[in-house]
Design a protein around this ligand. Structure first.
Ligand SMILES: C[S@@+](CC[C@H](N)C(=O)[O-])C[C@H]1O[C@@H](n2cnc3c(N)ncnc32)[C@H](O)[C@@H]1O
Length: 208
């Protein structure tokens, strides 16, 4: 897999604003869903965390957690540092990709609107990599898009075209992330949907 950096730099300053307008705040609600499942003082891995605004809620619920925050865009990373300056002692910020995950075991992995950027083949490798870095009984919190009604699928098409046009992604369609995660030995613990079922938030654990 290629290690691409800074592809979201151009849109980083407006990303949260556009997402909140287009999805009427559902993105933020989805990011904050299931954060209450994070065990006290957990070691959390965040992949492609964007501006990291949602982490304020995580630290409110879980003041003792520590975070490894890996983000490919330097401008997003700068925003995440600014948005979480009160907790900088608890966060290790890494300018890198999923190929730069430190070799430690995490209690929790968080991927919000991250899997949708991968092709089906690359996502299978990514899921295996995430599984390797999770402690036994660890939790994986996922929020991402799923195929829905025709007008939502049309919106998805517009989104993919936009992100490809600005050079942020190569993917052209949503990968089958839910079935791929289950095929890799995970089961769903909690599930919630937003925006007419277009956004799915699921927490997963590994089957023993
Ligand atoms: C669609 S945005 C989602 C941001 C954030 N998670 C959210 O929910 O708003 C995807 C983010 O992942 C970052 N990214 C893309 N590929 C990555 C990779 N391979 N590893 C880490 N971050 C990546 C991008 O720079 C971007 O900030």
């Amino acid at each position: 897999m290629e290690r691409y950096l800074n592809r979201f730099d151009k849109i980083a300053p407006v990303y949260d604003f556009i997402a909140s307008i287009v999805f009427c705040g559902a993105i933020r609600r989805a990011q904050e869903t299931h954060l209450n499942e994070i065990p006290a003082n957990a070691k959390v891995l965040v992949l492609g965390g964007g501006s990291g605004k949602w982490m304020g809620r995580m630290f409110q619920l879980n003041p003792g957690c520590t975070v490894c925050f890996i983000e490919a865009s330097s401008r997003m990373l700068t925003l995440a540092k600014k948005n979480n300056s009160k907790h900088s002692q608890q966060i290790e910020f890494i300018h890198g990709t999923h190929l730069d995950i430190p070799v430690v075991q995490f209690d929790v992995v968080v991927t919000h609107f991250f899997l949708d950027m991968f092709s089906d083949d690359n996502m299978i490798d990514l899921i295996a990599q995430i599984k390797q870095r999770m402690r036994e009984n660890g939790i994986w919190l996922v929020a991402d898009f799923v195929n829905g009604r025709w007008w939502l699928n049309l919106l998805l098409l517009v989104m993919y075209s936009f992100f490809r046009l600005v050079g942020a992604i190569d993917a052209m369609k949503l990968p089958g992330w839910q079935s791929a995660i289950k095929d890799c030995g995970f089961f769903v613990v909690q599930s919630k949907h937003f925006f007419g079922g277009f956004i799915s938030c699921q927490s997963f654990k590994v089957s023993s």
